[in-house]
Design a protein around this ligand. Sequence first.
Ligand code: MN
Ligand code: MN
Length: 397
Amino acid sequence: MKNSLTGDGKPLHIPQPIRSDGAGGPDLGPRDILRDIENPDMLVPPTTDAGLMPNMKMSFSDTHMVLNHGGWSREITVRDLPIATTLAGVNMSLTPGGVRELHWHQQAEWAYMLWGGARITAMDQNGRNFIADVGPGDLWYFPAGLPHSIQGLDEGCEFLLVFDDGSFSDLNTLSISDWFAHTPKEVLSANFGVPASAFDSIPKEQVYIFQDGIPGPLASDEVQSPNGTVPNSFKYSLLAQPPIKTSGGSVRIVDSINFPASKTIAAALVEIEPGGMRELHWHPNNDEWQYYLTGQGRMTVFAGNGTARTFDYRAGDVGYVPFANGHYIQNTGNCTLWFLEIFRSDRFEDVSLNQWMALTPKHLVERNLHVGPTVIDALRKEESPVVKYPGFTYYPK
Ligand code: MN
Ligand code: MN
């Protein structure tokens, strides 16, 4: 008989809040077993975890879906994850031909295409336009205040949007249909120099997302501007960038150095192989907002004063790390973990614990930590963002 919870015929392993040394005891009361299974490091924290720490995990699966003909969206903002004040995220899907309507907002928009393809359009303050197709692993960046649109291509698409303000909401943007609906017809008539009757059929309220036909080839949507196109492309192909390969995975960094349009958001696309770990590090510029793309992992955040806490993540989850807090991320699954580290900054910056120790007089490190040559001689003067130690096993529960 199949188990109704796992569906694979195997009996469900019910985890208990009991550590391998016997600390804790069984939870025999009301409980959400599936949530406990998803959060093994909350149920049985590593013994090194301690102290007060705000929540640093939120799943898009725990958010409200907005369903429209043409697609859907859901968001994680400071209302959902209070620690996340610097950035907000939206997960959106558009059907083939589905359109996120012409709109703009006070925040800059950075995006990562998860699957499928979209046609994006925009115009800058000098009347220079931008029309391009984006596919999996491509980014776009629309500076704050500039108008734009997104439309799903042949197979539709799904993408992650990140805005440089944690209090942003995609349900609170400035939309072309909304403005038309709240402007007198005679004003529209005067503005466009056409009879008011030309606006008899305009939408009565904000459209947000609508279903349209699948767009033709990019050339068929070309619009020549007398002012030319935007000087810095709003598109960047992140997956096409050769990665920095290290012993446990790879990293691709994108910020205003290689994607000049992206002046307020910097990111790293990180791959961690099974058994690998994003090394102990922190960021000297701003908080880190994370989106988990594939696999599963756990992150421990160190906030000083004896405080550390571990959170479990899987594809579709968002993580957060306050400015300068130490952290590392372990792949706890048997397939590759991919995630994005995103920052409200023009530059990606990090500080490697290992590199810092390697570039500090040996005696200081030895006397400070009571370690010997085994540690000192293994330190690396070059950063290795994702590491893998052959004998490594996860902390026993
Ligand atoms: Mn937008
Ligand atoms: Mn980091």
